[in-house]
Design a protein around this ligand. Sequence first.
Ligand code: MLT
Length: 306
Amino acid sequence: MPKVLISDKLSPAAIEIFRRRGIEVDFKPGLSPAELRAIIAPYDGLAVRSATKVTRELMDAAPNLKVVGRAGIGVDNVDVTSATARGVVVMNTPYGNAITTAEHAIAMMFALARQIPEASASTKAGRWEKNRFMGVELFGKTLGLIGCGNIGSIVANRAIGLHMKVVAFDPFLSEKRALELGVEKVELNELLDRAEFVTLHAPLTEHTRNILSRENLAKLRKGARLINCARGGLVDEAALYDALASGHLAGAALDVFETEPATESPLFGLENVVCTPHLGAATAEAQENVALQVADQMADYLLSGA
Ligand code: MLT
């Protein structure tokens, strides 16, 4: 009977599935890297979210490991190169939390346009600052999507519903798909020039790291607003601070940071910045979906005679 270890907080639905499919499963979230290395040897599968770092050292201590399942989209907490070299399959759940993450991006866009977090804090503090919070409408504005895959295309759909004009930069987006989605496919420079709101929906790779570099942030039109619910390393945070502080950008809404957990950042001191602690996938529905999907996928693989 294959053995799976769940080392992050996954919905109990995943445990149920493994058991139902005849897989022995242990649920041990919150172990330190050393504790995890000490117990990993007998396991055939490891199911994680983002807290566990699946490093080469961990895999060195896991001679039986055949599959790492990431309940979520990004596999940046898994050393995929080392896993591949060992014949360990790495799988993710690219669809399970896409709607939830897209909805968070839209929520962040509204929060930014209407300064909702600041207005809420001020109202709760007993100040009735009706004249302080003058927002902007989304209606008729141009939204630039950097990345138009699973999540970006859902954001496009919702934004079109809000009567925004959507332009997208994504080298993998075909003209046919762009047409189906109702978005205009453009090059990055054109997007930076035209978009009044820019939202990132790309994975962090060697090609996308710092895609919003100092130089590219400077190319954004004055008064643009940026939303990042994808990965922190996509944006040069020091340059973003300067662009916001100088007034070149009107605001930014950030769910992700170069270093996480992000407990301090100069960006936190800016009034025109809205922040959340990597909550993109944090809904009950998404967590249930990714847990079910990762457990089924891992069980399929382990029971296929891998
Ligand atoms: C993902 O990659 O699935 C999201 O960023 C959510 C997460 O990391 O938990």
